[in-house]
Write a protein that binds this ligand. Structure first.
Ligand SMILES: CC(C)(COP(=O)(O)OP(=O)(O)OC[C@H]1O[C@@H](n2cnc3c(N)ncnc32)[C@H](O)[C@@H]1OP(=O)(O)O)[C@@H](O)C(=O)NCCC(=O)NCCS
Length: 170
């Protein structure tokens, strides 16, 4: 069985592990390797994750983790926050690559979303890299509707990476 809960400080190492592995798995062939590594160095390091577990707000609601009860290991992690008063966003969602299509992504998204609804969200957004064939079908399956594309944040415009913006009503 899998259960989803809010992360605590002791989860930081395993969140890093899952997210780093998922970066290579998800973006190989889509993002040049040096930029995958840059993202990992910036976002998926223990000190930063610990801060993000400790410091939550309306802008960042904190990390959620999916735990496999049998092995007591973290197999997925995600989180989001608000981008306007009643508009939330899913900022991050990654699974251990061998654990996809078991419903774990859905469980994590439901927990993140339930808290956002409690905090007042009426609409939820997500950005997904163009051609991400793992993320796009998932978001469409759970009711997100395509709104348009933009240059992906954090990358030089010369490499032309695009993000697709999706939203759904809550
Ligand atoms: C996207 C992700 C979080 C989805 O989690 P998941 O646990 O695999 O998804 P679920 O099992 O809950 O899938 C729910 C439904 O979404 C759809 N779906 C999910 N992945 C899909 C895929 N690769 N292809 C087609 N449909 C898919 C299906 O309809 C699925 O229901 P079904 O399995 O009963 O057919 C996971 O695949 C992942 O970590 N991918 C890599 C990272 C990533 O792309 N993250 C998003 C970054 S923005």
């Amino acid at each position: 069985m899998i259960h989803v809960r809010k992360a605590s400080l002791k989860d930081a190492d395993q969140i890093v592990q899952v997210c780093v592995e998922a970066q290579y798995h998800t973006y190989k062939g889509l993002i040049p390797p040096n930029f995958i590594e840059k993202t990992i160095r910036e976002f998926y390091v223990k000190e930063r994750i610990e801060q993000e577990i400790k410091t939550t707000s309306q802008d960042w609601n904190g990390w959620f983790v999916a735990v496999d009860d049998e092995t007591e290991t973290i197999v997925g992690a995600g989180g989001g926050g608000f981008i306007a008063q009643d508009v939330s966003e899913l900022f991050v969602l990654y699974l251990e690559p061998t654990r996809k299509r078991e419903g774990i992504g859905t469980q994590l998204l439901e927990a993140i979303t339930a808290e956002q609804i409690e905090r007042g969200a009426k609409e939820q957004w997500v950005s997904v890299l163009k051609n991400n064939r793992m993320g796009i079908p998932f978001y469409e399956a759970v009711g997100f509707v395509y709104q348009g594309e933009e240059l992906a944040h954090g990358y030089p415009s010369e490499i032309g990476l695009k993000s697709l913006r999706y939203k759904r009503h809550l």
